[in-house]
Ligand binder design. Structure first.
Ligand SMILES: *[C@@H]1O[C@H](CO)[C@@H](O)[C@H](O)[C@H]1NC(C)=O
Ligand SMILES: *[C@@H]1O[C@H](CO)[C@@H](O)[C@H](O)[C@H]1NC(C)=O
Ligand SMILES: *[C@@H]1O[C@H](CO)[C@@H](O)[C@H](O)[C@H]1NC(C)=O
Ligand SMILES: *[C@@H]1O[C@H](CO)[C@@H](O)[C@H](O)[C@H]1NC(C)=O
Length: 453
């Protein structure tokens, strides 16, 4: 009798069995679901509906109200509208040929002007044969404003080359100086589709007359760092012109509703910058529908990727804090464009200060921003301005940033993005700094909107 199992055990055994069976079935179910999710390749709109259904059914499992998941980006390019490709050029179907002219004398302005006009009309896209182009509402097109600092531009390209997903974007360089050296650098890019556009009313083309140097109040030639000349009024003209050109003039961009990321020649970007912007765009749809500006960079002196890598902050767009690595889409552009007159008549030569004024006085609902708490964009050129030379070579700064990114490698590409606070900074209407009093500046600026330039 004592060797027999007790009646107590007998009673529990079937329960255990059922429990184990239940666990096995549950585990199988979970694996099956995971399998379906991971191997999901969207081929048609039916497939999209299926993921959408899955997400709706399991919405309790997603902390949808505060997070966006990186896996969502990879499984399907966003379930809602992603089946819509807005721009499509397949590899090997682009039959335009690039006429490279490398012998244009830098002193012959007539010839430079002809070449600029030719290139702007042609809108040639390099590397399309290799990569093709497929853009949609989930894409990020990158526009770099370039003046004349070749050494900085090379550093930016070194960083862009390492960005995940760069081959799927269109990289546009907007130049206000036509130079063989800069063109050659851009033409060496082999990692993504590339286009160059040229600001046609540049100071280079008008060295002795408007909009080049003239004695009025615009601080046109302002020496910074080691003898580098920054032409400030031109920067605001160029900034505004390139937006008109990119959104409204380029054929390839006509159907595009996705993000446009604005960079400058002296920036450096983290390898997850595109992924981060796509995740911000998702998070925006859930958590901050009126955040029309996404800012991937910030100027904070200390950056904690371990704590803040997947955190964003919401607030009003403030020019001095949120002007680095800005991305927005056509919706905000349309509102900025409606304020052309305010933009061109505000007496300030800084485009970002002017934009803050528009946000306060002209753009409906003001411009709200979603900003990364751990920066994905770095300003290398800033070094030259504030630390005149000493230990502040661009290459040293580049190494310093690369070391920082390398030691935080495990924190880049966060799995989820979530809101980690509200900005405490109050939006106010900035006092104009002047430098934009010349009537011709205002007229030139207004002419961009009329598509005359
Ligand atoms: C999808 O696109 C349509 C127009 O094509 C638009 O009205 C709608 O708001 C979009 N939905 C999302 C979730 O973006
Ligand atoms: C834009 O959309 C139109 C209409 O769908 C299409 O014919 C055209 O090819 C598209 N443009 C590009 C660049 O894909
Ligand atoms: C390029 O392709 C288009 C459309 O297929 C055709 O009309 C055009 O003639 C082609 N151009 C060249 C230079 O082959
Ligand atoms: C500049 O180029 C134009 C057009 O090619 C030419 O007609 C002109 O003679 C050139 N001027 C000078 C000064 O070389």
């Amino acid at each position: 009798m004592p060797t027999l199992t007790s009646p107590l055990d007998m009673r529990f055994r079937p329960v255990r069995l059922i429990r184990s069976l239940f666990m096995i079935v549950l585990i199988l179910f979970v694996f099956l679901n995971l399998h379906v999710l991971m191997n999901f390749e969207p081929h048609n709109s039916d497939a999209y509906d299926r993921t959408l259904l899955y997400k709706l059914r399991h919405s309790n499992n997603l902390k949808a109200h505060v997070q966006t998941d990186r896996s969502q980006l990879q499984d399907s390019d966003g379930p809602e509208n992603s089946s819509k490709v807005e721009v499509l050029i397949l590899p090997n179907q682009y039959n335009q040929t690039f006429v490279s002219r490398h012998n244009i004398p830098e002193h012959n302005l007539t010839q430079i002007k002809l070449e600029i006009d030719r290139r702007n009309a042609e809108q040639y896209v390099h590397n399309l044969q290799k990569y093709g182009l497929s853009l949609g509402s989930e894409s990020v097109v990158i526009v770099v404003q370039v003046h004349d600092r070749a050494n900085y531009l090379k550093i930016l390209l070194d960083s862009l080359r390492k960005v995940k997903g760069i081959e799927k974007t269109l990289l546009i360089f907007s130049h206000d100086v036509f130079s063989e050296q800069l063109n050659s650098i851009v033409e060496t890019i082999d990692f993504c589709p590339v286009m160059q556009i040229f600001f046609p009313v540049s100071a280079q083309l008008h060295p002795k007359e408007f909009p080049g140097e003239h004695p009025n109040d615009c601080p046109r030639n302002f020496i910074i760092g080691s003898g580098e000349v920054q032409i400030h009024c031109q920067t605001k003209h160029h900034w505004f012109w390139k937006l008109f050109h990119v959104f409204d003039q380029l054929t390839v961009m006509k159907n595009y509703t996705g993000l446009v990321l604005l960079l400058e020649e002296d920036y450096y970007v983290a390898p997850d910058v595109i992924t981060i912007l796509q995740m911000m765009n998702h998070l925006k749809k859930k958590d901050c529908k009126d955040c029309r500006m996404l800012t991937a960079g910030n100027y904070d002196k200390t950056q904690s990727y371990s704590i803040n890598s997947g955190k964003v902050e919401l607030g009003h767009w403030i020019s001095s804090r949120h002007n680095m690595g800005m991305a927005f889409n056509r919706d905000l552009w349309k509102d900025i464009k409606k304020c052309t007159s305010e933009f061109c008549n505000f007496d300030d030569y800084n485009w970002d200060w002017t934009l803050q004024h528009l946000s306060m006085k002209c753009i409906p609902d003001k411009v709200k921003v979603m900003k990364m708490k751990a920066t994905r964009v770095f300003h290398i050129g800033e070094c030259g301005v504030h630390h005149k030379g000493k230990n502040c070579q661009p290459d040293n700064k580049k190494k310093q940033i690369e070391t920082q990114l390398q030691s935080n490698k495990q924190h880049l590409f966060p799995n989820v993005l979530s809101v980690g606070g509200q900005s405490k900074f109050k939006l106010r209407d900035p006092k104009p700094n002047g430098g934009w009093g010349d009537k011709r500046d205002r007229e030139l600026c207004l002419s961009f909107a009329k598509g005359q330039v």
